[in-house]
Each structure stands twice: as C-alpha cells, then as structure tokens.
Design a protein around this ligand. Structure first.
Ligand code: MEV
Length: 446
C-alpha cells in the first residue's frame, strides 16, 4: 500500500472511475485490483447508477447472500422470508426452527405499540415558571406551525401525538427537553420526525423572542433529533406447545427435560451479561437479516434492541421462557422502528422484491416477521447449546467453506462430510485428508 500521510483533497469530486483508479493505484497490482472491483459492477448501467447513488464515494458494489427462510407460519399465515446475511448456518437455523414450529401452531405475535420519539434538548436560564405556565399555548403553536410537514402523515393516519416538557437541570444547569411522540404509520419516520423537531425549535425560538419578560440569551437550543430508543413501538412474539409435542425433537430426550434445560439456558442469560450479549446476538442474527433484506436501518434496530435490553440498568436477554404444568412458551419482546415506505424501500430493486415476497406487509406486520425470525434463530441456538452443542451444526457449514477454500470438487464433498461426522474439523485436517485421498487415487490409477 503506497498511501501518503497527507490530506486527500477533492476525493468526492472525482468521478466513480477516477476514484477507482486512485484506489487501485495504491495496490501492488493495479490492473488486477481494477478488474476485481469492476467485476462487481452491475452489467445494467441504470441499476449500477442507482446503487452508486445510495451512498457517497462509491467505487463498486459489495454483494451479500440473499437467502430464503421457508415455512414461516405467523398468526396462521405462511411466509417465505428473505434474509440477507453472510454468516453461514444462520438461515439454516432459522429454517430449522420455522419447520419445527410450523407443525406446533407456528409463531404468534402482538403489536404492543407504535409510538416513535424525538427530542429537542435546550438550555433555559430564564424563569422556568414562565415556560411551564405558557407551555400549553406554545405547544399548540408548535403543532400548528408544523402542519405543512404533518399534513400528509395525518392523512395516512399518523402525525404528532404529544409534546412534553422535561426538566433535567438537576443533572446539568439549565438543561431542559421537549420530549415529543409521533405516529409514523408505515414509514420508519426518521426524516419526518427530524423535520418536525427542527420546525418546533424554530417556533420555540420565535415564541421566546416575542415574550417581553424573557432575555435574549435565556434560550439556547442544543440539538433536535429523533431517539432510536422506542420502547413503546414494540412487538411480542411467541411459540407455545405441550411438553409431549417436544418429545424427541432432540433424539432420546423427553420434551419436559428439553424444556427444563432450555429454560436454564435462558436463565443463565438473565443472570450473566456476558451470556446475555451472545444470546441477544443470536436474536439479531435473524432480525438483522430480515431488516437488511427489507431495506431498513439495522443500526437503528440494533441500537434500540440493545438499549431496551439494558433498560432495567442491567443488560438482559430479549427472550424469556414460561413453563406451567402442561405447556412450554418461548417469548421475545423487543422494540423496532421499521418502515415499508420511503427510504430504500421504493428504490432498491431487491428490497422491492423482498417486500413483494412478503405480500407488501405493513410496518407492524414487518415488525412481526422480523421478530419471528429473531425468535426462530434464538430458539435454534439455545436448543443446540443445551443439547448437542453449537459446533455440530456450525462445523458442517465450516467444513463446506473449507472445501470451497481448498477448491475440492463438489463431487467429493459428500464423502469428506461423512468422514468428518464424528471428527474435529480444521483446515489442516481437511487438507491432509484431501491430499491423502488424492494421492491414493493417483497411485491406484498409475
Ligand atoms: C452465533 O452467530 C450466535 C450464537 O452464538 C448465539 C448464542 O450463543 O445463543 C450461536
């Protein structure tokens, strides 16, 4: 790499090919680098231009596997769920759990709220009672001045729900907040909320200047931004069956014993944040894959889910188990801010395909679907962990990746997978076996 330690000026102004050239020049083999990057350009120039416009300084595309999880039964409706994820065995784990629960009543979901949040943070050094006393009138004005922004959202059944005034001055002198709630229906709502907040702030400043008793420097707006923590935009998803229905889902294990061990597996996550983090990572394996496939903001979904998991002050698992005399119940409850209109949803050709495959769901239906795949993945992971161990399933995928890496012909995969059924998989062990068998084959033929 030949990069100089000096500022690069005007990189964004270069054309796509100039940027590509600039980057390729830094590599030892420029021509090879260029051909690798270019090989991922879409053959259709319209699609390529569209993809490039999603971000800045784009030089190529980064493909990810687009997979399907079949047999997903949610609230008595069957889905084929698109998943975009690079980690082997995540889709297999979701598909396995979906198949298992398909014949046991499927997944059930309930939407526990759809409220989104935005905040205006400001310093108020004037008389607080004036602000509190005149807040009802100010609030009306703030909502009215926003009508140009909210008009369409109101027609779609959404809009501003409320504005509350909060005092944080005990923690930081003068710090106060407008805590604003919104209904954004089928859109994730980030642009809508941020636009409303900035208009609220303008109205607030104008109102403040017009109040004779207040000093000019008595108000300082710090920032206006939506909150990605939306605990009241939440879905509950669960599976439920009798213990008998779980008999032998792990060969030789009774349903009751499986449920007991599974519950203990989840209990460990309740008690230990190290385990809770890995446990929730398993939930997000499924959730993120659906969120990505449907063009949603997986960083927002992750931030929201993890913050929610820690709301009690300690980091907790997002799922829980309930067991009574007859039934096992496995439940996921998590907040989501998803959209099925706006953003990438109307632009990315594969996102459009995903939404079509899901039957053009509403945002709440998509919350249910994403949570379901999260629960499915978490179920498969904990099931493996408390029974066979996780490596059995993972190693099979790992072995297939090693075979690909060693360029072993497909017709030989079966025999090698069979050999490693009860053995430890490593790159060197696979290489040794392949070499030994290839040598034997050559000797036989000579
Ligand atoms: C791996 O991607 C996810 C797991 O570690 C989740 C878990 O431990 O529950 C298998």
């Amino acid at each position: 790499m030949k990069l100089k330690q000096s500022l690069i000026h005007g990189f964004s102004k270069k054309t796509r090919d100039e940027k590509l050239d600039f980057v390729a020049n830094l590599h030892a083999d420029k021509e090879h680098t260029l051909s690798v990057y270019k090989s991922f350009h879409h053959t259709d120039s319209n699609t390529q231009n569209l993809l490039e416009e999603f971000s800045e300084n784009t030089i190529t595309n980064f493909p990810m596997p687009f997979s399907i999880c079949p047999n997903v039964l949610i609230n008595d409706k069957v889905y084929l769920v698109p998943m975009v994820i690079e980690e082997s065995s995540v889709v297999a784990a979701a598909a396995k759990a979906s198949k298992l629960w398909f014949t046991r009543g499927g997944f059930k979901t309930e939407i526990l709220g759809t409220e989104k949040i935005g905040q205006i943070h400001f310093l108020w050094t004037d008389d607080k009672t004036i602000l509190y006393n005149r807040f009802p009138e100010l609030k009306k004005r703030m909502i009215k001045d926003c009508f140009d922004i909210t008009e369409n959202m109101i027609k779609r059944g959404g809009g501003i729900l409320d504005i509350e005034l909060k005092d944080l001055s005990d923690e930081e002198p003068g710090l106060m907040q407008f805590y604003c709630t919104f209904e954004t229906v089928d859109s994730m709502g980030a642009n809508f909320i941020n636009s409303c907040l900035e208009q609220f702030a303008t109205t607030f400043e104008n109102w403040h200047s017009a109040q004779e008793e207040l000093s000019e420097e008595g108000l300082e707006i710090i920032m206006c931004i939506l909150s990605n923590l939306t605990p009241n935009c939440r879905v509950k998803c669960y599976v439920e069956c009798t213990y008998e229905q779980l008999d032998n889902i792990v060969p030789g294990m009774s349903g009751k014993d499986f449920a007991r061990r599974f519950k203990l597996g989840v209990r460990v996550a309740e008690l230990d944040p190290h385990r809770a983090t890995t446990h929730n990572k398993g939930v997000f394996n499924g959730v993120d894959a659906v969120v990505l496939a449907t063009g949603n903001d997986f960083r927002a979904v992750e931030a929201c889910g993890h913050a929610y998991a820690a709301l009690s002050g300690a980091y907790k698992p997002l799922t829980r188990v309930e067991m009574d005399n007859t039934h096992f119940r496995f439940i996921l409850e998590m907040p989501f801010a998803l959209g099925v209109v706006g953003g990438l949803t109307n632009l990315h050709p594969l996102v459009k395909q995903s939404l079509e495959l899901l039957g053009h769901p509403s945002a709440t239906e998509l919350m249910s679907i994403s949570a379901t795949i999260g629960l499915a993945n978490n179920f498969s992971a904990v099931k493996s962990l408390v029974t066979t161990g996780i490596q059995q399933g993972h190693m099979k995928m790992h072995l297939l990746n090693i075979l690909k890496q060693l360029e072993v012909p497909k017709k030989r995969h079966k025999e090698i997978v069979e050999y490693f059924k009860d053995k430890i998989v490593s790159v060197s062990a696979v290489r040794q076996l392949v070499e030994k068998r290839s040598l034997a084959e050559t000797n036989k033929n000579e």
